[in-house]
Design a protein around this ligand. Structure first.
Ligand SMILES: Nc1nc2c(c(=O)[nH]1)N[C@H]1C(S)=C(S)[C@@H](COP(=O)(O)O)O[C@H]1N2
Ligand SMILES: [Mo]
Length: 197
C-alpha cells in the first residue's frame, strides 16, 4: 500500500490509480476454482466456436498456435477483491479466431472443460481485448490456473476469464453463465464495481 498523496504522483500512473475501487494488491497469484481441475491435454485439445448458423469452427492445439501467439502485459482484478498488476501472458488474440467466423449475434457463452460457463458480449472479446492464453509469467499455464489454455479478458472481473477453455458459442441473448446465475453481475466491469446483481 502506498500512502503517497496523489498530487505528488506526477504523470506516472501509480499502482493506486490502477486499482479499481474495493480492490487490494496481491503478489502471490491465488487459485480460485469452483470444482476440480480437469485433465486437459494439448494432443486431444479441440477448440470450437459455434456460430449463429450452428456451424462449428474447430482448432487443434497446433492450429491455434499457428494463428500467432503474442505477448501481453495486463492487470487482473478478481471479484473477491484481489488484483494483480503487470502480469505477463502469452496467447492468441480472439480477433484471429473470429477472422473467419460469421458472427452477428451480440453475445458469447464461453465453455470450459469441466462444465464451467461464463457469458461475455462479443465486442468485449474483439479489437485486442481478449486472448486464449497459454502462458503466464513465462511458464506454460499451470493446470490449476487453467492450463493448457484459458480465456483472458482482463478488462472484466477475472471470473470471465474461463479456465480450461474449450469453446465459445455465439448467442442472440445475454444468457447468464455459471457464476452469473448465482448472482454475479451479468457484465462485471471492475471500475464500476459490477460485482453482483
Ligand atoms: N473453468 C473455470 N474457470 C474459471 C473459474 C472456475 O471455477 N472454472 N473461476 C473463475 C474465477 S471466479 C476466477 S477469480 C478466476 C481465477 O483464476 P485463477 O485460479 O487462475 O486465479 O478464474 C475464473 N475462471
Ligand atoms: Mo473470482
Amino acid at each position: 500500500m502506498s500512502f503517497a498523496t496523489r498530487g505528488f504522483a506526477g504523470h506516472r500512473r501509480e499502482p493506486d490509480d490502477r486499482l479499481p475501487p474495493g480492490q487490494t494488491l496481491v503478489q502471490r497469484w491465488p487459485v480460485l476454482s469452483a470444482g476440480p481441475t480437469p485433465n486437459v491435454h494439448t494432443d486431444t485439445w479441440d477448440f470450437v466456436i459455434r456460430d449463429e448458423s450452428g456451424t462449428e469452427h474447430h482448432w487443434s492445439w497446433e492450429q491455434l498456435l499457428a494463428l500467432g501467439v503474442e505477448d501481453v502485459t495486463v492487470d487482473i482484478h478478481c471479484v473477491t477483491h484481489w488484483s494483480k498488476l503487470d502480469m505477463s501472458w502469452r496467447g492468441v488474440s480472439l480477433d484471429k479466431l473470429f477472422e473467419n467466423v460469421e458472427a452477428e449475434y451480440d453475445y458469447v457463452m464461453a465453455r470450459s472443460y469441466g462444465g464451467y460457463t461464463t457469458n461475455v458480449p462479443l465486442e468485449d472479446l474483439l479489437d485486442g481485448k481478449a486472448w486464449i492464453a497459454i502462458e503466464a509469467e513465462g511458464e506454460p499455464l499451470d493446470p490449476e490456473h487453467g492450463g493448457p489454455a484459458r480465456l483472458l479478458v482482463p478488462h472484466l472481473y477475472f471470473w470471465k476469464s474461463a479456465k480450461w477453455i474449450r469453446g465459445l458459442t455465439v448467442m442472440p441473448t445475454n444468457d447468464p453463465g455459471f457464476w452469473e446465475q448465482y448472482g454475479y453481475h451479468i457484465y462485471g466491469d471492475p471500475w464500476k464495481e459490477e460485482r453482483y446483481w
